[in-house]
Every structure is written in structure tokens, then in C-alpha cells.
Design a protein around this ligand. Sequence first.
Ligand SMILES: [Zn+2]
Length: 156
Amino acid sequence: MKQTVQLTKIQEKMQPGIITRDGFLGTDRRNLIDILVEDDASVKRMDLTHEIIARRMMDLRDAGSRGLGNFISVAPHFEVRVDSVRGKLPCPFGDPGIFPKTNMTVKNLDTGKTVTFTDLHIHMIGSHGFYEGKGSPFRLEPEELASVLEVEKPQD
Ligand SMILES: [Zn+2]
């Protein structure tokens, strides 16, 4: 798919040392549009949406924030820790808003798997369908994320 000029500008802001030391792209050399399209396809294959995944991340963050920096149990079989870190980050997509550098760690005690994410991840996934580039230390693989968090389609 063809990359727009706007996405190229956004991709420049994702390079190391602009917003964060490591940047958002890792070793991924693809155009941003191709990263977004591939992850969007993965999410569609799971019959989910980016918004549903982001909502689940928010719910677990909110449940875990009662632990005040310690792991606490969250039903049915999770442990969640929410660590507040000083500082805030803007979104590389350039929309208004600045996001606290809060780190969430979610352990799924059923599978033994753990994922770590931030408020900026929640925003970038929910608003932009962006999970970071492959090889980024903070990349969240959509399938892995949905599986560890046991994201389910809401019943309507
Ligand atoms: Zn944004």
C-alpha cells in the first residue's frame, strides 16, 4: 500500500532519539503504512478491533492501580502491577495529548505469560492501531497481547 506524506512525517518522529531514546520502530524497515496494515489484518483475523484490545488494557490498568506499585490479583487469574514513572510522552502521530509514563505489567497465571505496556501503548493501539515496529523492545505482538490479556469480543 502507498504511504502518505503525513505517515512519512509521523514515521520520522518514531526514529530513535526524537520522542524516546529507542524510538518506536526497532529494526523494522517497512513503511509505517505496511506495519499498520499487517497488524490490522492480524487483529481482524482474531475477530477483534484495536478499540476492544485497548479497552481491555485500560480495564486491567484500572484494576491494577489499586495495588499502588505492587502486584495485585485481578480476577479470574491475573496479577497486575502499575508503576508510575515520572514524565510524560507525546504521541508520535501528532494528535493532542500527552501520556503518563506509567508501566503496566500483567501476568496471566494460567499461561505463565507476562506482557508489559504503557499508557502511550493503550492510546496508540486504540486510536491508531499501532503496536510498534518489529524488533522494538516495546513492540506488542497483537496475537500475543490478546492471548495474554484474554481479550474477548464484548457480547451485545
Ligand atoms: Zn495519538
